[in-house]
Design a protein around this ligand. Structure first.
Ligand SMILES: Cc1cc2nc3c(=O)[nH]c(=O)nc-3n(C[C@H](O)[C@H](O)[C@H](O)COP(=O)(O)O)c2cc1C
Length: 352
């Protein structure tokens, strides 16, 4: 039994969609808890006016009845309020009537640091918008909704996941960058408490929990570095100062490993960090080339955040929660929620 997630949706298209399969039947979902995470993703200092247009809310189309999962695929939707301004430009079918609203002219000035140029080359696109709409981090909204479902499942076995921004949140620095029409990045940390020992496996590299969490975080837009536990700092220490000695009760007084050894959770808090690069759309645009003419030009300027590190903390929390929930489904299985919870309890009882 495993958990899987497929998402679809463009930044200014009608909606973002997620399908989760592999949930047990009988998990109670709280609509307000999911919407609260969607709101948290929209907050944070340095966001663009887009966040005032959107007031994200989850809709459920399948897999839920009277607030309880059915054990069948769960279909989630988050609508794009801004689509009203892009109805012609982002119409899924050939648009009718005269061009109106936004997105009516092709984008030919790719932004450095975005998928714009590489995407246009890869897919043979004349309008860079065909690449940037899906590459945009707007799709993280529905991933946060999926993460909220994963957190509800994890809570049933006593696991709590929380993400916070730990660098790049200084409002004066963000104001200064905005005044210079520039952008900033930062660092986020996600901690998961109550993770039982034994999630993930050293059996192969794709089952290692550290590798899976790194991929989950690196899969988020603008994440360029991931650390597990003390990560890069460990490289400069002696072994005697870098590892977590085992006490008679099998616990540790330190947690430099970030709760994972040999690709397996060891029962300590799971601690991971992700580094976010400065956002690549600048109001003072970087040098680029016009793909239509070959002439030098300035990159597209499109409404954009100055900093999104606090939003990343919420997105990273969702990504870690989803991956831990997936590992927990693999270990404890069960078609009904009670089977899953009972398998977890029996496993803990088996541990000395
Ligand atoms: C929550 C969140 C919000 C973002 N908002 C913006 C933004 O407003 N402007 C921007 O240029 N990039 C933004 N990004 C980053 C880009 O989506 C990302 O840098 C780009 O798609 C290229 O992907 P890469 O950085 O992973 O190579 C955001 C990323 C996240 C996680």
């Amino acid at each position: 039994m495993t958990l899987s997630l497929v998402t679809a949706g463009e930044s200014h298209g009608p909606a973002l969609v997620a399908i989760l399969s592999g949930l047990p039947a009988g998990l109670v979902l709280d609509r307000e808890a999911i919407d609260r995470d969607l709101r948290r993703r929209q907050e944070g200092y340095g966001r663009s006016p887009r966040q005032r247009i959107e007031s994200d809310e989850v809709e459920v189309l399948a897999g839920l009845r009277h607030g309880r999962t059915l054990g069948t695929p769960l279909a989630l939707v988050v609508r794009n309020g801004d689509h009203a301004n892009w109805e012609w430009g982002m119409s899924p079918w050939p648009p009718e009537g005269e061009p109106s609203g936004k997105g009516t002219k092709p984008v030919t000035l790719p932004r450095p640091g975005h998928a714009d140029l590489a995407g246009a080359q890869k897919y043979g696109l004349a309008d860079v918008r065909d690449a940037l709409e899906r590459a945009s981090a707007r799709q993280t909204a529905v991933a946060v909704a999926a993460g909220a479902v994963a957190k509800a499942l994890l809570r049933e076995i006593g696991v709590e996941v929380e993400g916070t921004a730990v660098a790049g949140t200084d409002s004066a620095e963000i104001d200064a960058a905005r005044a210079d029409r520039d952008t900033l990045g930062g660092v986020v940390e996600v901690r998961a408490r109550g993770v039982p020992p034994g999630l993930g496996s050293y059996a192969s590299k794709d089952t290692r929990l550290d590798a899976r969490l790194a991929a989950a975080l690196m899969g988020i837009q603008a994440v360029k570095g991931v650390e597990i536990g003390d990560g890069f700092a460990l490289a400069t220490l002696r072994g005697s100062a870098a590892h977590d000695e085992i006490e008679p009760d099998r616990r540790r007084a330190t947690n430099r490993a970030g709760g994972i050894e040999g690709g397996v959770s060891n029962g300590e808090e799971v601690v991971v960090r992700a580094a976010m690069k400065p956002l690549p759309t600048l109001m003072r645009p970087l040098r680029s080339v016009d793909l239509a003419t070959g002439e030098p030009g300035e990159a597209l300027v499109e409404r954009s955040d100055t900093s999104a590190v606090e939003a990343l903390a919420v997105v990273a929390e969702a990504a870690v929660a989803f991956e831990l929930a997936r590992a927990a489904r693999e270990k404890f299985g069960g078609d009904a929620l009670g089977d899953f919870v009972a398998a977890h309890r029996a496993y803990l009882e088996r541990l000395p």
